[in-house]
Design a protein around this ligand. Structure first.
Ligand SMILES: [Cu+2]
Length: 151
């Protein structure tokens, strides 16, 4: 019983820490709300394993609605992170490929689906971003785009 209590104690202490680190502490901006959007960028994800952006001139201060359309027959992802964040997410996807993740910086798109992700490029500590699909094998096939946000 004491061991069980210790585990419960550990979990209750840990989970909020992990959750808050995930939700708010991004070096590359933060999730935004519809009312804050300053511009829209359209992205097409397809089975050629590319993310096609209709604009790539990001500036600090932009609040962007990324409207992402999956025109392929495979599921794809659209995630915003820095290089370290994408590596971390890729590793998680490999370990738990069927997990439905709800990270605020990643959306998953079924074939034919269009979804939006709003991101605030504010309070940035990291301006070098990587947009990527981390469905296993897709990043490796070139499904990413590196962009630097202008200060
Ligand atoms: Cu993909």
């Amino acid at each position: 019983m004491p061991r069980l209590l210790a585990i419960v104690f550990l979990l209750s202490g840990w989970l909020p820490t992990l959750a808050s680190a995930h939700d708010t502490d991004f070096a590359f901006g933060s999730p935004g709300r519809a009312a804050e959007v300053t511009r829209t960028i359209h992205v097409v994800a397809d089975d050629t394993m590319r993310l096609h952006f209709d604009a790539t001139d990001l500036r600090e201060g932009d609040v962007v609605r990324f409207e992402v359309r999956n025109t392929g027959r495979l599921a794809h992802e659209f995630g915003i992170a820095d290089a370290a964040g994408q590596r971390e997410h890729a590793q998680m996807m490999r370990q738990m490929p069927d997990m439905a993740h709800d990270d605020p910086n990643v959306i998953t798109l079924k074939p034919g689906q269009t979804r939006s992700l709003i991101w605030k490029f504010t309070h940035m500590r990291q301006h070098r971003l990587v947009f990527a699909c981390n469905v296993p094998g897709h990043y490796e096939a070139g499904m990413f785009l590196r962009l630097t946000v202008k200060k």
